[in-house]
Design a protein around this ligand. Structure first.
Ligand SMILES: *Cc1c(COP(=O)(O)O)cnc(C)c1O
Length: 342
């Protein structure tokens, strides 16, 4: 419950609790651009260790983490292979074209996941007509794929193909924490397949701001340069790094609760007439609801009047994302509200 509403619009709507605010207030800070902020440095090292990489850099947003990675791995005019519904392509304001000058070659994945054969088929002959790819991007969990979790073997097959063709691999791991919570495969094990990995502290983990990009020392040194160029280097930013560290230490293990709540919601909704949900699809903290004949926007408005907030992501689609502000009892209240309206 947040401000009297059960808010399932996103896992980005959380607010720092007293413990997190206390950690922010007490953070030892310095000018991070001059290399003086021990709280940022500790978070970067901790994140690199969690992901099994040499280095990490703290950035304001997941978008910036992804876009720095693209600049590190490509040159203007290169092609980049990624799913047609990838956050990097769909929700980042055209940044790959605007900032890196990169041509996005889209793969038609299922629930955001494509195959090694699709990567192979998208690689053109070495011929002056064709933009040559230098990078493949994956997303785990996949946002527009319904929070879907990539199977490790499928990642391995794509990675093997990419490496055979000398392509770099970047993972948009904004919700990698959720993938690990669902599969039991550690973040480090997923990350081992990639050159760079971005992670968000501001989604399910509940920090107010902040993401990181991890990779080799060399890749991250270059990412730092691009971060400065794009205006993302910040001064006494230990205030924010302290919140991110608090989120990792206190809210990581509880992501499984969000997944349980999401399954409970999906199962309950599946029983209601006039709606359909793919129960099996609710693998992590997201469920997409097909509102059938009803307008999703109108239903969202009526739910809001009952203090339940969801996002309409299509004319007949609602999205619910479980998060740390919503407990199990409140999931039952959401189901009761839907029951009243359908
Ligand atoms: C949220 C998200 C991002 C980054 O979003 P920001 O709002 O820029 O922090 C990147 N990738 C995925 C899959 C996301 O869900």
């Amino acid at each position: 419950m947040l401000n009297g509403k059960i808010d399932l619009r996103s896992d980005t709507i959380t607010q720092p609790d007293d413990g997190m605010r206390e950690a922010m207030a007490r953070a030892v800070v310095g000018d991070d651009v001059l290399g003086d902020d021990p709280t940022v440095q500790a978070l970067e090292q901790h994140t690199a260790d969690l992901l099994g990489k040499e280095a990490a850099v703290f950035v304001p947003s997941g978008t910036m983490a992804n876009q720095l990675a693209i600049r590190v791995h490509t040159r203007p005019g290169d092609a980049m292979l990624l799913d047609a519904n990838a956050h990097i392509y769909f929700y980042e304001a055209g940044a790959p074209a605007a900032l890196a000058g990169v041509h996005s070659k889209l793969l038609d994945g299922q629930r955001g996941q494509f195959t090694a054969a699709q990567v192979e088929a998208a690689i053109p002959p070495r011929d002056d007509h064709f933009a040559q790819p230098s990078l493949v991007c994956l997303e785990n969990t996949h946002n527009r794929g319904g929070g879907s979790v990539w199977p490790l073997e499928k990642i391995g097959a794509v990675a093997e193909t990419a490496r055979r063709h000398n392509l770099a691999l970047h993972l948009d791991g904004a919700r990698l924490w959720n993938a690990s919570a669902a599969s039991g495969i550690s973040e480090r094990e997923y990350a081992a397949q990639f050159d760079t990995v971005s992670v968000c502290f501001s989604k399910g983990l509940g920090a107010p701001v902040g993401s990181a990009l991890a990779g080799s020392a060399e890749a991250i040194a270059r990412a730092r340069y691009y971060r400065k160029q794009q205006g993302g280097a910040m001064r006494q930013v230990g205030i924010l790094a302290a919140a991110a560290r608090y989120a990792l230490d206190h809210n990581h293990a509880r992501l499984a609760d969000d997944h349980e709540n999401c399954q409970r919601l999906a199962k309950g909704l599946a029983k209601l007439p006039g709606l359909s949900v793919d129960e099996a699809g609710a693998e992590t903290n997201m469920v997409f609801i097909d509102t059938g004949k009803q307008s999703a926007a109108a239903l969202a408005k009526r739910l809001d009047d009952l203090n339940v907030r969801l996002l309409d992501t299509g004319p007949n689609t609602l999205r619910a994302v479980t998060n740390l502000t919503v407990n199990r009892e409140e999931i039952d209240q959401v189901l009761a509200a839907f029951e009243q309206l359908t």
